[in-house]
Design a protein around this ligand. Sequence first.
Ligand code: KIV
Length: 275
Amino acid sequence: MSTPDSTQPRKALNLHRLREMQSQGEKITMLTSYDATFARLADEAGVDCLLVGDSLGMVVQGESSTVPVTMEQMVYHTRCVVKGNRTAWVVGDLPFGSYQESREQALRSSVALMQAGAHMVKLEGGGWTAETVHFLTERGIPVCAHLGLTPQSVHALGGYRIQGRDQAGAETMRRHAHELAQAGATMMVLELMPSAVAAQVQSDNPGLITIGIGAGASTSGQVLVLHDMLHVTRGKLPRFVRNFMMEGGSIEDAIRRYVAAVKDGSFPDETIHGY
Ligand code: KIV
């Protein structure tokens, strides 16, 4: 495992550098970010990728799911994050209803996020999305796919449950991941699935940058919702979330500890996934 040289000021992250990190076995860190202040803090603490996640519907707006989040809101928060950020790679989430209608609708929505300053867009689901991913990547838009628990489909999935547990589910996940990678997705969030399934997705697609959340330790990197790892989220937290705030004396220290723990492989605990 390789680690970054902390004596050198960090250059802006780009896809080439992220691919290099992945191929050299350096774990990639991602954290959600919704505003300029926390974006600045996370960037300065060494987080590689900031995800302007539609989880902002829950943690910022107090909604019970990500479903009500709109394009206008995602553009607004992306702009805020981009203003605070200096060097991290910024991924903008396409919200529910902004890419399902047609490839053209997905392109319009992606253009809006890229013009707000995102470096890459993220969309949820497999199967039909491969065609959309191909359409976007052919037009110069880097895409992060998202498989496993896809929160925008929470009502269809019957709740926030671990995905790909049985053989058929795991095989479908592997097939979807391969199709998405072939379609041009360079990054993929793997959320809430057995670590063995995430490991298979990674080994099926060696060049794909996989970012896990509740999916074990074998992915190329990890993501957490900022408010969860700071333990300011009220209510029940997923079991895989670690309280970095308790370990650190300040928010910045907590984020630095998260970065260090992902980089040295001590987070996540391989044995914990599920809610
Ligand atoms: O919106 C979000 O924060 C996400 C992460 C949970 C991966 O999609």
